[in-house]
Structures are given as structure tokens and as C-alpha cells.
Design a protein around this ligand. Structure first.
Ligand SMILES: NC(=O)c1ccc[n+]([C@@H]2O[C@H](COP(=O)([O-])OP(=O)(O)OC[C@H]3O[C@@H](n4cnc5c(N)ncnc54)[C@H](O)[C@@H]3O)[C@@H](O)[C@H]2O)c1
Length: 340
């Protein structure tokens, strides 16, 4: 506890292992709903990301600041992309989240943003699935087995009574190893059977929920394989040349939600490519997920309609979840405090 006149600053350092202990996936999902509602209400100040090219080392450093008034969360996420790091045996996408005390402007916490990003991104698909998928959904298809995939899987398992998960990625060994690891982690906890399958369409056929979380530049499944009433999360495409969702599925969907209009309409090839081809228009977007949380828009209306959620991510999710993790860690006495 600081006394008046004491000018030292106290900062809490949180590692991934500590962050993993403080919140359940269900709690993070509810946190993401709060964050998107705050964003859609205009309660969040999220300036444009600043990108710095560090050409000397072939790197890019990205700075994502923001303030969410209702959550009193002020901070900055720094994520860098250094492809050459792989040769050095270190992560190519190092990330840190800095949280400030909104009342004083002092830095109060530093935490692992690689894990924070996985958690809040999984949870945002979980939030959309909770709000849009049929309640009786039991088969889940996951396409992509990279860094984001585990949190994407757990988020869906946390909100629907899934019995069967079918996993596909282009490298069969990756998919098999990932499925085995996930089966060991989640089979008992969620009463589910998780296996790798040999093709996109085998994964998607019969699936009630589909999540695509890849770096693909072309659609990763065939719209004709998607059954009526399915819910689809599109997570990967965040640049105009990236695409995972077949445009026919957007045309067929009854409702299409996005995390932020700004992000998705300006950045994602899933929307930009069909719009540029003249086969889709922005007025087909039903709304932001935050508007659905605020009950300003309508969710699923029939068991047959296809629902789609597209996310490109937003600092509002990082800020709200980081603040909740910080508060929970302080309450549980976790982390390392340093004085400066
Ligand atoms: N929406 C968000 O907020 C958000 C947040 C974080 C990451 N992302 C994006 O999600 C994507 C996945 O992230 P990651 O960290 O898991 O990436 P990663 O590089 O670790 O893994 C990529 C995965 O995509 C698969 N893949 C690539 N091309 C494919 C294709 N044509 N068909 C099927 N699978 C294919 C790979 O096999 C691999 O499993 C990236 O594009 C990333 O930028 C989005």
C-alpha cells in the first residue's frame, strides 16, 4: 500500500501460467460480451493501431492502445511480428499487454499478450456461438490447428453440449497430433470425442458449429457441405487478401454478425473480396455482436437459418479481459509485484 508522498510505482507482472489460473473460459466469454457491448455503445476509445517497420531486423512492431470507460481499463497491447525469430528458436509473434491505473495514469501491470490474445479471441467466438448457435448443437468442426486453435475449441465446448469434434488442417500429422492433445485435455471435462478427419468437407458435413481459424487466402470449405441451421465463426482473415469463408455461405446466411464493423468491413477479405466482385454488400451485415448483446438487433429466428460471425479482433477485448485478469490475480494474490 502506498503512502502519500511515496513516488514509487508498483507493477504486477503476470505470466501465462498465472493468467491461466484466474479466469474460466466461461467468465472470459461473458467478459468479451461486455467488451463488445461497450464498444457498440460508443463507450470505448480505440485509436487506430500504430505499426512500426523495423526493416533492419525484418520485423514489424504493432501498438494497440485504448480506454474503456465502463471497465476503467486503460492500456496498450504490443505485438511484434518477427518471422526470422523462428530460426533463433523464439516466438515469431511476441506480445505484451501493459495496463495503466485509469485514475492516476501509472502503469500497474504487465502480462503475456500472446496468451491474452488466444484467450480473448477464443472467447469472442464462444460469445457469438452462445448468442447465435442452436441450443442443441452437438457436432463441431474446427478448421486450423495453429496457435489460436485450442482456445477456439474450448470456447465452443464451454457454451454448447458438444459430443463430437472433427478437426481438419492441411498437414495431416499436425491435425492428428493436435486432436490427440485436445482429446487428452478436454474429453473428460466436456464429455466429448475429438478426432482429426481427412478433408474439409468431412469436417464440415453434419457440423452444427464450424470455426475457421487459418491463414488461408481461399475459402477453406465448400458451402454445399454446410447443413441448414449451422453457425459459423470466421476468425482467421484479417487482411484483404485473406479469405476462409465461401461467399455462397454469406449469401445463404440469415444473420451475419461482426465484432466491429470498422475492422471487418475495412480489413477482412472474407467480406472485401465478395463486395469487390459485386456479389455481396455491406447492408447484408446484420450488426455488431455488441448490438445483439444490447438487444438492439435480432439473433437466430429459426432452427434452419445459417448464422455467421466474423471477427478481426479489437483492443477493446484485450483491455476488458486484461483488467479482469488483473483484478482476479490481485484478489488471489498471484503474480510478482515490483516497485519502481
Ligand atoms: N480475429 C482475431 O481477433 C484474431 C486474433 C488472433 C489471430 N487471428 C488470426 O487467426 C489466424 C490463425 O492464427 P494462428 O495463430 O492459429 O495461426 P498459425 O500460423 O499458428 O496457424 C495457422 C493454421 O492455419 C492452417 N491453414 C493455413 N492454410 C490453410 C488452408 N488453406 N486450409 C486450412 N487450414 C489452413 C495451418 O495448417 C495452421 O493450422 C491468423 O490469420 C491470425 O492472424 C485472428
Amino acid at each position: 500500500m502506498k503512502l502519500k508522498g511515496d513516488e514509487t510505482m508498483e507493477m504486477l507482472i503476470l505470466t501465462k501460467a498465472e493468467m491461466e489460473q484466474v479466469m474460466t473460459m466461461r467468465e472470459v466469454i461473458e467478459g468479451d460480451k461486455e467488451a463488445l457491448a461497450a464498444y457498440s455503445k460508443g463507450d470505448a476509445d480505440i485509436p487506430l493501431r500504430t505499426n512500426i517497420a523495423v526493416n533492419k531486423y525484418g520485423g514489424q512492431s504493432l501498438y494497440m492502445p485504448g480506454y474503456v470507460q465502463s471497465a476503467d481499463s486503460l492500456g496498450l497491447k504490443i505485438v511484434s511480428v518477427y518471422p526470422e525469430n523462428v530460426k533463433k528458436g523464439i516466438t515469431s509473434v511476441p506480445g505484451s499487454m501493459i495496463l495503466l491505473n485509469a485514475q492516476t495514469g501509472e502503469v500497474k501491470a504487465l502480462m503475456d499478450a500472446t496468451f491474452l490474445t488466444q484467450l480473448r479471441t477464443g472467447a469472442v467466438s464462444g460469445a457469438a456461438t452462445d448468442l447465435l448457435a442452436r441450443k442443441d448443437s452437438s457436432v463441431f468442426a474446427l478448421i486450423g490447428t495453429g496457435g489460436q486453435a485450442q482456445a477456439q475449441l474450448e470456447a465452443v465446448l464451454a457454451v454448447r453440449p458438444i459430443k463430437e469434434v472433427k478437426i481438419f488442417s492441411p498437414t495431416a500429422e499436425h491435425a492428428a497430433a493436435f486432436a490427440k492433445k485436445m482429446q487428452a485435455l478436454f474429453a473428460e471435462k466436456y464429455g466429448v470425442n475429438i478426432t482429426a478427419v481427412g478433408s474439409y468437407d468431412e469436417a464440415v458435413k453434419d457440423a452444427d458449429i464450424i470455426t475457421a481459424v487459418t491463414t488461408a487466402k481461399e475459402p477453406v470449405f465448400n458451402a454445399d457441405s454446410v447443413k441448414k441451421g449451422a453457425h459459423i465463426n470466421g476468425v482467421g482473415s484479417y487482411m484483404p487478401d485473406m479469405q476462409e469463408l465461401p461467399e455462397e455461405i454469406l449469401q445463404r446466411a440469415g444473420k451475419i454478425y461482426v465484432d466491429t464493423r470498422d475492422g471487418v468491413l475495412n480489413e477482412s477479405g472474407d467480406i472485401i473480396k465478395p463486395v469487390e466482385a459485386g456479389r455481396f454488400s455491406h447492408d447484408r451485415i446484420t450488426g455488431e455482436l455488441g448490438e445483439l448483446v444490447l438487444q438492439k438487433t435480432t439473433g437466430r429466428e429459426t432452427a434452419e437459418e445459417i448464422t455467421v460471425f466474423k471477427t478481426t479482433g479489437s483492443a477493446v477485448l484485450d483491455l476488458v479481459i486484461a483488467e479482469k485478469i488483473y483484478a482476479a490475480a490481485v484478489a488471489q494474490g498471484l503474480g510478482t509485484v515490483i516497485s519502481m
